[in-house]
Design a protein around this ligand. Structure first.
Ligand code: NAD
Ligand code: ZN
Length: 340
């Protein structure tokens, strides 16, 4: 069993990489474990939860809300959960975000571990300790930065993951390649989702490399003052159009990354936009879309990354090397118009 012990500023997190769900029994006192998952994962993998205390929550971003937190807390009280309880969130980023948050506040904090079951949660959402919930339409408005004790990776869960959720996760994988790993971009450009679905070894290895990239970025900057911002590559415009068009997150940031690449051409002389665009296309991701620029600018005005001098915007110098620059909002708007 591959078990990476990763140090963050206040704690050490165990990453059980090539694990299986049953590995949890070796890590956690069975009598203290309470599993929390969503209705989709539960329906598709019911056998795995047999004989385990399990709380099932409704699936979907629209349930990443306080009402679900209350529901979980009531269920925990009904189970008689004390401070010794270990919560285990099994699911996509919605589940790991909510469960991480509940664990941070239930009885002022209890232990938590994650079993991410979407590509996006495996390479992104479950790593780094950020958790939280939405407040109405405002995303991730309430939450904590607090590391889980462990993460267990079991790629068998992915067998039931719908195709568009694979695309969603691969958008973040391509993002990691764009900002940190030119070699991985090369590998990605030569393959496609079908290849990774058929080749478990390649999939596990790709996930591990992405876990490593996210861990490294977070370790350098756990509380988001510098390097962690690079993970926002493609997300500024991505978020703005995601809201406007009810797009899948990965689809929105794919378009956002293409804009960011083109804007990089102007700001840094970046010359590899075509490599990024062709790779995104190979993974079924959209690379262009008409949207209301004025409306998008309004959303960006409210972005957490906006400072008074302008937007902190991530650009590429080359594939594998990203930097964050402050762009005045007016200039950003001009650049978006230039490429629309
Ligand atoms: P999700 O949790 O909604 O999962 C997507 C869908 O797939 C859901 O319907 C879910 O029920 C289903 N599903 C999950 N695993 C499955 C499986 N193995 N087989 C079949 N269906 C399965 O969404 P997501 O894309 O995993 O994560 C998105 C969330 O993550 C957002 O709320 C986002 O804000 C959050 N996020 C958090 C961070 C962070 O640092 N905390 C980073 C990125 C994203
Ligand atoms: Zn993202």
């Amino acid at each position: 069993m591959k078990n990476w012990k990763v140090k963050f500023s206040n704690s050490t997190v165990s990453f059980v990489l090539d694990g299986s769900f049953t590995a949890i029994d070796k890590i956690v006192d069975k009598t203290q474990a309470i599993y929390i998952t969503d209705e989709n994962v539960y329906a598709l993998h019911q056998k795995k939860f047999k004989g385990k205390k399990t709380i099932v929550i409704p699936a979907g971003e629209e349930h990443k809300q306080q009402a679900t937190v209350d529901f979980i807390i009531e269920a925990l009280l009904n189970f008689g959960a004390t401070r010794q309880v270990v919560l285990i969130g099994v699911g996509g980023g919605v589940v790991t975000d909510i469960v991480g948050y509940v664990a941070g506040v239930y009885m002022r904090g209890v232990a938590v571990g994650f079993v991410p079951t979407t590509i996006l949660a495996m390479v992104d959402a479950s790593i780094g300790g950020k958790n939280g919930i939405d407040v109405g339409l405002y995303k991730n408005m309430v939450g904590l930065i607090r590391q889980p004790q462990f993460l267990v990776y079991d790629v068998d869960f992915l067998k039931s993951l719908p195709k568009h959720q694979w695309e969603n996760g691969f958008a973040e994988i391509i993002k990691h390649a764009a900002i940190k790993d030119a070699k991985m971009m090369k590998e990605l450009s030569m393959n496609n989702i079908g290849y990774y679905q058929k080749n478990k070894k390649a999939l596990v290895s790709l996930i591990e490399r992405n876990v490593q990239i996210k861990i490294k970025v977070v370790q350098k900057d756990e509380f988001e003052k510098g390097d962690r911002k690079l993970l926002n590559f493609g997300h500024t415009i991505g978020h703005a159009i995601e809201n406007q068009h009810v797009l899948l997150h990965g689809h929105a940031i794919s378009i956002g990354m293409v804009y960011a690449a083109k804007i990089s051409q102007v700001l840094t002389g970046f010359s590899e936009t075509n490599i990024l665009v062709e790779t995104l296309k190979k993974y079924g991701l959209p690379t262009a879309m008409h949207f209301d620029i004025q409306e998008a600018m309004q959303v960006m005005q409210k972005d957490k990354k906006k400072a008074s001098a302008g937007m902190q915007y991530v650009v590429l110098q080359k594939i594998g090397k990203a930097v964050s620059e402050t762009i005045p909002m007016k200039s950003l708007e001009k650049l978006i118009k230039l490429y629309s």
